[in-house]
Design a binder for this molecule. Sequence first.
Ligand code: 13P
Length: 261
Amino acid sequence: MARTPLMAGNWKLNLNHVEATGLVQKLAWTLKDFRYDQTKSEAAVIVPFTDLRSVQTIIEGDKLPLFWGAQDVSVHASGAFTGEIAADMLAKLNCSYVVVGHSERREYHGETDALIGQKAKVVFDAGMTPIICCGEVLEIRKAGTHVEYVLGQIKECLAPLTAEQVAAAVIAYEPVWAIGTGEVATPQDAQEVCGAIRGYVAEAFGEATAEAVRIQYGGSVKANNVVEIMGQPDVDGALVGGASLNADEFAKIVMFYAAGA
Ligand code: 13P
């Protein structure tokens, strides 16, 4: 399998830049203790904007085996957009990843699939990789229409991208009902939707693109459920919220491949 798993910790609105430095150091020491092998899984921290410069400095300075990224981006390059952060500003901080369309942005900031597609495009144009989020709320899951709903989101979010960009993108399937609730989707639930997303990518952008795109699952991922989730053929990583704030727990998630070894 050519796809390297991506285990990304989305810190959300947690940790100032001093605390961020502490957690990154602790995470790096823990990974070293556990003999982390970067070729088996990629680890990234997705941090608040104000933490980025400190996180960059420590990871680059100490040559730590971690990538970093931001939780959102503006579609605008510059101008009178108070409070916004441009993709070029994030690229200048050597961010590798930018999360776009997290369900919390969709819910609290009214972000639409069309806007999220534009954000994914500006992230690529600035030389970084978007982590494009999708996922259904509980009512849709209960109605049994979650697969078509998520494919509808993905169709619109990927529309502005070329096949080459889709191949390089990361898609995160995060069922909203499983976020921060402790209610984890079963590995089969994760596979059902991740597999359907890959099927859609194959149809719309070709087989080679579908083989290359990385698809993450997110929603109450912990050290004690990550192995089973990662065992699914179409799950190429995890987008981890709460559990990424604990160095030991996140290190175990990053090193899912070594469980039982
Ligand atoms: P939790 O892992 O806390 O459920 O959060 C998932 C998430 O939203 C990651 O982006």
